[in-house]
Design a protein around this ligand. Structure first.
Ligand SMILES: CC(C)(COP(=O)(O)OP(=O)(O)OC[C@H]1O[C@@H](n2cnc3c(N)ncnc32)[C@H](O)[C@@H]1OP(=O)(O)O)[C@@H](O)C(=O)NCCC(=O)NCCS
Length: 194
C-alpha cells in the first residue's frame, strides 16, 4: 500500500534518477530551476510516496517572493514513477501536501505546469495577474493557487527564490509593514540641536 511520508536524506539517491527519468537531463535549464538556485526546499513540505523501500513519487515546495514583497511557495518538481502514472498517485500527493501547506499558514502556491492538470486543485493563470519569471516560461503554464481567501489581492511581479543566506533569524517585513514603519519614523521630529 503506497504511503505519503516526509522526504528523508536517504530518499535523495532515488529522487534524482526519478527526476531524470521524468524530465530528462535538460531539466536544469528550466526557469523554475533558476528560481530555486541557492534555495533549499522546505523540509516540512518535502514529501515522497513510498511502498516499502521503493520510492514512487516526489514533491517539493520552495520559499519564494513575488514582487519582492509577498512570500509564497513554489511547488515543484512533482514526479511520479513513469510505470505508475495515471493511477492517482499524483492527485493524492498534490491534495495531501496542499492541505499541509494550508495548515502551516501559507497563502499562495505558484507552479509551472499544465493548467489542464492543475486547475482541479484550484490553480489559475498567474501571468494574466502580472506574475513574471526570471526567464522563459509559457505564459499559460505559470499558475498560482490562493490558499486563503483574498490572498491574491493585488499581488503581482517578479518571482524570485529566497536565498539560503537570507534565511537569517527574523523575517522579511511586508510592504504594508514597511510603509507603516517609515510613517512611524517620519513622526519623530529631529531634535532642534541636531
Ligand atoms: C504529472 C504527474 C505528476 C501526474 O501524476 P499521476 O499520478 O500520473 O496523475 P494522476 O493519476 O493523479 O492523474 C491522472 C490524470 O491526470 C491526467 N494528467 C496527467 N498529466 C497531465 C497533464 N500534464 N495534463 C493534463 N492532464 C494530465 C491524466 O490524463 C489522468 O486523467 P484521467 O484520470 O482522466 O485518465 C505525473 O504524470 C508525472 O510525474 N509526469 C511526468 C513529470 C511531470 O510532468 N511533472 C509535472 C511537471 S509540472
Amino acid at each position: 500500500m503506497p504511503q505519503i511520508i516526509h522526504e528523508q536524506p536517504e530518499h535523495v539517491e532515488q529522487i534524482e534518477p526519478l527526476l531524470d527519468r521524468c524530465f530528462g537531463p535538460d531539466r536544469f535549464k528550466k526557469t523554475a530551476y533558476k528560481v530555486r538556485e541557492n534555495t533549499t526546499p522546505l523540509p516540512e513540505l518535502s514529501f515522497v510516496t513510498v511502498e516499502g523501500d521503493k520510492l514512487l513519487a516526489t514533491i517539493r515546495y520552495w520559499p519564494i517572493m513575488i514582487g519582492n514583497s509577498t512570500s509564497a511557495l513554489l511547488l515543484g518538481p512533482i514526479a511520479v514513477e513513469p510505470d505508475l502514472q495515471g493511477k492517482g498517485i499524483g492527485v493524492g500527493l498534490m491534495r495531501e501536501t496542499i492541505k499541509v501547506a494550508i495548515e502551516l499558514g501559507h497563502h499562495l502556491i505558484v507552479l509551472v505546469g499544465d493548467p489542464e492538470y492543475y486547475s482541479q486543485f484550484g490553480f489559475q493563470n498567474a501571468a494574466v495577474l502580472g506574475f513574471e519569471m526570471p526567464g522563459p516560461v509559457e505564459e499559460r503554464r505559470l499558475l498560482v493557487k490562493e490558499c486563503a481567501a483574498g490572498a491574491l489581492g493585488n499581488v503581482s511581479g517578479m518571482i524570485s527564490g529566497v536565498s539560503d543566506t537570507l534565511s537569517l533569524p527574523g523575517r522579511i517585513a511586508s510592504k504594508v509593514e514597511t510603509d507603516e514603519m517609515i510613517a512611524g519614523l517620519a513622526a519623530f521630529a529631529p531634535p532642534s540641536d541636531a
